[in-house]
Unconditional design. Structure first.
Length: 193
């Protein structure tokens, strides 16, 4: 469980961090759309962006219901979201049915997975992503997970490398319309709490 708190980012902006609830769904969907279109648009063409918003990226209500999903707000507006999971689903929202797997990962045996990280383009590079990932790592570690993994968009790879993650494999994911989109599987072994 993640409690609500106010944090001052490195640039001096004050934001609130809290556990997401289902009522945040529309605001998170809007955040995802902006993040994928603008930040992802630097790495994926328009057809992949449109397809991925239909078949891959979206709210994962299981993560919200599990209590492991965060929203970051500034002046009441959702500017970032992300979480971690102890389920086997590697990425994607509710609509990414081919990869959804409710089976639980086991601490000490399996890595926890960092999932569904989005930052509004206006807030990129201002510490929002770092705040999300550091909070998720801390909570996952306190739940007994020593290793972490994630599936990064091409636009997120450099950020995750700065956060100590290393690249493992490229995933060529076939979406519902047959288009292929590339992601990068990454890992972080024994993160420090």
């Amino acid at each position: 469980m993640i409690s609500s708190e106010y944090i001052v980012l490195p640039g001096g902006a004050e934001v609130s961090v809290r556990q997401a609830v289902r009522e945040d769904g529309p605001a998170i969907e809007s955040l995802i759309d902006a993040s994928i279109r603008i930040l992802g648009g630097r790495f994926y063409d328009e057809s992949l962006i449109e397809s991925s918003l239909k078949y891959v990226f979206g709210v994962d209500t299981t993560m919200i219901d599990d209590g492991f999903y965060l929203v970051i707000e500034s002046e009441g507006r959702v500017i970032g979201a992300g979480g971690w999971s102890h389920r086997k689903t590697p990425f994607g929202g509710n609509q990414a049915t081919p990869v959804r797997d409710a089976e639980l990962r086991q601490p000490g045996r399996d890595p926890a997975v960092i999932r569904a990280m989005y930052v509004h383009p206006d807030w990129a590079g201002k510490g929002v992503g770092r705040l999300i990932i550091e909070t998720c790592e801390e909570v996952a570690t306190s739940a007994g997970f020593t290793d972490l993994e994630l599936v990064a968009t091409l636009s997120g790879v450099a950020f995750y490398e700065r956060m100590g993650y290393t690249q493992r494999d490229v995933i060529h994911y076939k979406m519902g319309d047959g288009l292929l989109i590339d992601f990068v599987q990454m890992e972080k072994r024994n993160p420090k709490p």
